[in-house]
Design a protein around this ligand. Structure first.
Ligand SMILES: Cc1cc2nc3c(=O)[nH]c(=O)nc-3n(C[C@H](O)[C@H](O)[C@H](O)COP(=O)(O)OP(=O)(O)OC[C@H]3O[C@@H](n4cnc5c(N)ncnc54)[C@H](O)[C@@H]3O)c2cc1C
Length: 424
């Protein structure tokens, strides 16, 4: 089902130009908080909004609220580097991320909102024969699962990524790479706005400036949440707060195997089209993943800052590492000025895989531990989490992503999937 957009004629647009901001209709309703809901979703990031949308669209749950302590899109959904891909090693992860990638392909149509999916290709570069073996293993695992992956030698990489000038100036040269052509980018703000608008059109209440401060329980069952706007009764509660997942563990008295870490990114002044895909370059002294935005800015990021923190101010030295790696890869961008840099918080699990599971109570769910993969996963996460909440049974795609795996030792160690400590 698609959501109908308001229709604008040339005349109405012209009239709106002169009649002030009241002309534009808000994308989602500013409805008042009600006293009770079937499902309360905490956090209006990508996962919370997508879960609410699928609860309403796929399962007919009508009384759904998304409670957001700040603004829609204020969190990491609007702070990431927009990369989507499904090139994971483990089946438990690559099938799930492939489900997400297939949904990205049609999301603009489904939401009737242009999220600007751009399958420009994600290319992991290898600098040694050992890394080529590791990439070949991952590519083979993907292909066996029906996911596109292309192992390239050096000549193939240079042909595909013409911006990579021949060796000579580069300190650590490239011997090959693994391409996922259907990987690429999606406009992150549009994802938040598109899901918010579509959920709202289906009757979901999206309440901003409403912080959830506690869970209300009666006789071992959750009955609602305490919020900065007063108590709200709820049949079921879903926490989808990403970087704040650890704080939810504290709220519920459940220590979680999650640490919040800072990740920075930056964008340069715009230039003519230069970088045609997403390039990931990890060398012995650092890492950069780099792409060009539709406006022409060169977007890049690298490793986490390396210490747990909820702050959004990172270390300057991390930015220097990223820039040095970027210039080592693409010497032609050396003179560009950085226009803007920012940071966000990532909820890191120790095995690099996410959690969607019940937490402490039968009717309370945790959607978190997204590490670096929390943007690209949004469409699959929303659909799977909504199915779990609505039916009480975890769909196959997320059955392994339990909280208990950290106690039982059945980890989904995605970090073993390649030479790279960071995978965005
Ligand atoms: C610099 C950077 C680059 C990244 N690049 C990529 C990338 O290229 N690809 C990729 O897949 N991932 C990437 N990520 C990771 C990705 O952005 C996150 O994993 C993902 O956005 C998290 O999910 P979300 O969108 O639901 O989170 P958020 O947008 O952070 O949503 C959580 C919301 O919960 C709200 N909240 C928290 N506590 C409460 C409370 N008590 N009550 C009410 N509301 C609450 C917050 O205000 C927030 O709005 C990157 C992250 C960063 C920081």
């Amino acid at each position: 089902m698609s959501v109908r957009a308001p229709r604008y004629s040339a005349w109405s647009l012209l009239r709106g130009r002169f009649s002030g901001p009241g002309f534009w209709r808000p994308l989602w309703s500013g409805r008042q908080l009600q006293k009770a809901y079937d499902v309360v979703v905490v956090g209006a990031g990508g996962h919370g909004l997508a879960t609410a949308y699928h609860l309403a669209r796929d399962h007919g749950v009508r009384r759904v609220a998304v409670l957001e302590k700040r603004l829609v899109g204020y969190g990491n959904v609007g702070r990431n580097t927009t990369i989507v891909r499904s090139n994971y090693l483990l089946p438990q992860n690559h099938y799930f991320y492939e489900d997400a990638l297939r949904r990205w392909e049609t999301l603009s149509r489904d939401l009737n909102y242009n999220v600007m999916y751009s399958p420009r290709g994600v290319l992991d570069l290898a600098l040694s024969d050992g890394e080529m073996v590791s990439l070949a293993r991952r590519g083979n695992a993907m292909r066996l699962a029906g996911i596109d992956a292309e192992l390239m030698d050096r000549a193939g990489v240079m042909k595909f990524a013409k911006e990579l000038v021949p060796a000579g100036t580069r300190r650590f040269d490239i011997v090959g790479g693994l391409l996922q052509q259907r990987g690429g980018t999606v406009r992150h703000d549009a994802v938040a706005w598109g899901y918010a608008r579509a959920a709202s059109a289906l009757g979901v209440d999206i309440i901003e400036d409403c912080e959830v401060t506690g869970l209300v329980t009666t006789a071992g069952v959750a009955t609602g949440v305490e919020t900065s706007q007063g108590p709200v009764a709820a049949g079921q509660v879903v926490f989808a707060v990403a970087g704040h997942t650890g704080a939810i563990g504290t709220m519920l008295g459940v220590p979680l195997p999650v640490e919040t870490h800072l990740l920075q990114a930056m964008v340069t002044e715009p230039i003519k089209p230069l970088i045609n895909s997403v390039l990931i370059y990890v060398h012995p002294h650092g890492e950069v993943y780099i792409l060009q935005s539709d406006r022409g800015g060169v977007v890049m990021g690298g490793f986490l800052d390396g210490f747990p923190s909820y702050t959004r101010e990172g270390r300057w030295s991390r930015l220097e590492d990223v820039v040095q790696s970027a210039v080592a890869l693409l010497p032609q961008i050396a003179g560009l000025r950085v226009l803007r840099h920012w940071a966000g918080t990532n909820d890191m699990t120790m095995d690099g895989s996410f959690i969607i599971d019940r937490i402490r109570y039968d009717n309370v769910f945790l959607n978190g531990g997204w590490c670096y993969g929390g943007f690209k996963s949004i469409p699959a996460s929303g659909a799977a989490c909504a199915q779990f909440v609505a039916t009480g049974t975890a769909p196959d795609l997320i059955r392994a992503h339990t909280l208990s795996r950290f106690a039982s030792g059945h980890l989904l160690d995605e970090r073993g999937g390649g030479p790279f400590p960071v995978r965005l």
